[in-house]
Ligand binder design. Structure first.
Ligand code: P6P
Length: 338
């Protein structure tokens, strides 16, 4: 009896492409190259404890954060491979001050923004981390892309997703036709479809927030978190608190098991009045995935993340993201309806 034929991510991408007769195959090719980069990073992350790749690189990035050696490896792996894939006109990385050009003669019609290794402060303690990506069509007509090509609304993304390097390596992505998850079989080096058509469960179980910042929260935010902690069997409360400090891991768990992640503005760090998370590299790609899975992503004053017009490469936004019913309820608390 033959084992069932696993659907590889490449096959899944091609099947999606076949639904669009006008497709040229460039987006499929772009995603394929990104997957090769992800496999390379995954192999390094899984060996990090053995190779001399743990710890800090001694550098500080544009965010003012200490750059881990694995951050640098992941960033360089994606930059080098994608600069000559032939499908991009420009890139932006959470680790880089400015735009990243592509190799002359290899200019394509898409743009890529990415966080090479989100949650990297957790690398040395073996907590799940991951790569986040976001793809748009270029806006400028031709030649090397510009910052204008990168400063596009999340609503206009062509594809977005993440690769989580955890107990297994998984890739989760959307091209606007649902959210699909693939698990890497390291013995074969292939991602196989393991979570088709991911949607948030009808009921939630978790809330994810750094409660150490609670003294800096707004009154509505504080009341909402207390609401989640109060008892009500009908709405399955109290929720359980789960906060890893790696947004990608928190968001992935909440996507699968049901829940909400919150990183609101807080006055703790005056240098980050809009909160800590980045619009282009975290909030917008995750918002595309979450909306496609039936959830919502808004700021802590109710603006839809996908409709925010970016004004700078490293702008930050407050973020409340997860199951629709949870985000709806949060909105009631911040608008005084609850
Ligand atoms: P804090 C990681 O640096 C990150 O950007 C997210 O992945 C994570 O959720 C958040 O910051 C953690 O921030 O302030 O709670 O340590």
């Amino acid at each position: 009896m033959n084992k069932p034929l696993g659907i590889t991510v490449s096959r899944h991408i091609m099947d999606s492409q076949r639904l669009h007769p006008e497709a040229t195959g460039e987006l499929s090719g772009l995603l394929g190259e990104l997957i090769v980069a992800a496999k390379t990073i995954s192999a390094e992350v899984n060996m990090a404890g053995l190779a001399d790749i743990l710890g800090q690189s001694g550098k500080v990035n544009v965010q003012g954060e200490k750059v881990q050696k694995l951050d640098e490896f992941a960033n360089n792996t994606i930059k080098r491979r994608m600069a000559q894939c032939g499908y991009l006109c420009v890139m932006g990385s959470e680790e880089e001050d400015d735009i990243i050009p592509v190799k002359e003669g290899y200019v394509g019609k898409y743009t890529l923004t990415f966080d090479p290794l989100d949650g990297s402060s957790n690398i040395d303690v073996n907590v799940s981390i991951g790569t986040i990506f976001s793809i748009h069509r270029r806006r400028t007509a031709s030649g090397q892309g510009t910052v204008e090509d990168l400063l596009q609304k999340g609503r206009d993304q062509v594809a977005a997703g993440y690769i989580i390097y955890g107990s297994s390596t998984m890739m989760v992505y959307t091209t606007g036709e649902g959210v699909h998850g693939f698990t890497l079989d390291p013995s074969v080096g292939e991602f196989y479809l393991s979570h088709p058509d991911i949607t948030f469960p009808a009921r939630s179980r978790y809330y994810s927030v750094n409660e150490g910042n609670s003294r800096y929260w707004s009154e509505g935010m504080s009341r909402y978190i207390e609401y989640l902690k109060s008892e009500d069997k009908a709405t399955h409360r109290p929720y359980s608190a789960r906060y890893i400090g790696s947004m990608l891991a928190d968001l992935h768990r909440n996507l699968i098991a049901g829940g909400i992640f919150l990183y609101p503005r807080d006055s703790k760090d005056p240098s980050k009045p809009e909160g800590k998370l980045r619009l282009l590299y975290e909030a917008a790609p995750f918002a595309f995935v979450v909306e496609q899975a039936g959830g919502r992503a808004i700021t802590d004053d109710g603006r839809n993340i996908l409709d925010i017009e970016p004004t700078s490469l490293h702008q930050r936004v407050p973020l409340v993201i997860g199951s629709r019913q949870d985000v709806d309820m949060f909105e009631r608390f911040i608008t005084g309806k609850n």
